[in-house]
Structures are given as structure tokens and as C-alpha cells.
Design a binder for this molecule. Structure first.
Ligand SMILES: Cc1cc2nc3c(=O)[nH]c(=O)nc-3n(C[C@H](O)[C@H](O)[C@H](O)COP(=O)(O)O)c2cc1C
Length: 205
């Protein structure tokens, strides 16, 4: 699909067809394509929990303002932002290091990521969430490319979801993401208002 088409077709879809599955192959393709997203120092501080089971999705729906799409979508992703993804010993950081760096770069690498992202809770939180947001956006576009639909959600009880799904403290949950097929014959509202270029640019210097 043309990228412009993907940009236009991606919508936050409220009504999914529960009868139409997202296959394991499709999900893998979406996630592997989305993993090409950029990240700070290529640290990729993101993980996923994939929900397909009806009872698990029902449990999540209750914690997500009872939004029916959580149960209707065949796949719901709990996006996890790793607030410790900058730290020495973190599994993903270590994998990244051993796959793409030389031992003599280690001291510089660890001290730089620690200084940038480990100085405060706010810094770790921002690091984890900005990168996972880019990954989530890439998932939405990768799904659109396969003709599938998505819906991002931050309307949920964060600590309730953490508890119900045993999510360790190191992760923040920036959003839930439904993936599926749009229900047939559902009318989608025209795309909502967007800021113009002039409204978005505060200053040109
Ligand atoms: C981080 C994030 C969280 C959102 N949370 C919800 C939500 O909990 N429930 C909902 O109905 N829509 C949610 N939305 C969808 C937005 O309302 C929607 O993206 C926006 O109105 C623009 O519409 P479009 O995505 O169809 O272009 C969320 C979107 C984002 C990016």
C-alpha cells in the first residue's frame, strides 16, 4: 500500500469483527516490521503482552472503562515501556550491546545512557514512553499495510492492569492496542480536525 494511503486509512476503529481472526503469521509480520522503528541508541525499550484469550480480554475490558472493542478485537496488545532499558544488565540493552558494539565502547555506552535516562524518574519514564510510542505507531501503520485495523487506548486503570496481568514495576503501560478487522457495514466518521501547518509551527527561526 502507498504510504500516503496508510496514513489516511489508519483510524482508531471502534467496532471490530470478532469472527475475523488475526493470524499468528500476520501478527508476527506486523510486529517484526514495526520493530524497524527508531529508538534511542537503538535500545528498543519495549515489550508486549499479546491477549487472544476471550476471558483475558474480558478481564482487561473491565479495567479499560468497559470499552467493548477490547473483547471484540481478536488481538489486544498491552504495550510495555521498559523504564530500565538504559541500565547495565538490562536484557535488551545487553543483547543490543553484544550484537552491535565493541567491548571498548561499553564504558562510554553505559555511562551515556545512564546519564541521559537514569538521572531521575521523569527521565526514565520519558525515555521508555517516547520510544514505545514510536513502536506503537509503527505497529498501527504496519497493521494498516496488511489491511488490518487498530485502536490505541489509554483509557484504562494503569495499576489495575499491572496487577491483573502481573506486570513488573520496571514497565509502564503507555497504551493498549486493539488489532483486528473492521466490522462490516460500520460507518466510520470522517477523519477528525487536525491542526494546520501554521497552527503547529510555533516559530520558524
Ligand atoms: C495514546 C492514545 C490513547 C487513546 N485512548 C483512547 C481510548 O481509551 N478510547 C478511545 O475510544 N479512543 C482512544 N484514542 C483514540 C483517539 O481518540 C483517536 O486516535 C483520535 O480521535 C483521532 O482519530 P483517528 O485515530 O481515527 O484519526 C486514543 C489515541 C491515542 C493515540
Amino acid at each position: 500500500m502507498e504510504f500516503k494511503e496508510i496514513l489516511t486509512n489508519r483510524r482508531a476503529i471502534n467496532f471490530f469483527d470478532p469472527a475475523q481472526n488475526v493470524t499468528e503469521d500476520q501478527l508476527r509480520e506486523i510486529i517484526q516490521n514495526a520493530a524497524k522503528a527508531p529508538s534511542s541508541f537503538n535500545l528498543q525499550p519495549w515489550k508486549l503482552i499479546v491477549l487472544r484469550d476471550a476471558s483475558k480480554k474480558a478481564e482487561l475490558q473491565k479495567l479499560a472503562f468497559d470499552q467493548p472493542k477490547v473483547s471484540e478485537a481478536p488481538v489486544v496488545l498491552i504495550m510495555l515501556a521498559d523504564r530500565e532499558g538504559w541500565k547495565e544488565g538490562n536484557t535488551t540493552l545487553e543483547a543490543n550491546f553484544s550484537n552491535s558494539m565493541q567491548p571498548e565502547q561499553r564504558d562510554w555506552f553505559i555511562s551515556t545512557t545512564s546519564a541521559l535516562y537514569g538521572g531521575s524518574e521523569a527521565a526514565s519514564q520519558a525515555f521508555a514512553n517516547k520510544n514505545t510510542g514510536l513502536f506503537a505507531m509503527s505497529i498501527m501503520y504496519a497493521a494498516s499495510d496488511l489491511g488490518l485495523h487498530t485502536h490505541p487506548m489509554d483509557g484504562f486503570d494503569h495499576e489495575g492492569v499491572r496487577k491483573a496481568f502481573d506486570i513488573p514495576e520496571q514497565y509502564w503501560i503507555p497504551m493498549l492496542l486493539c488489532v483486528g478487522h473492521k466490522k462490516k457495514d460500520v460507518k466510520i466518521h470522517p477523519k477528525g480536525w487536525r491542526q494546520s501547518y501554521e497552527e503547529m509551527v510555533l516559530n520558524t527561526l
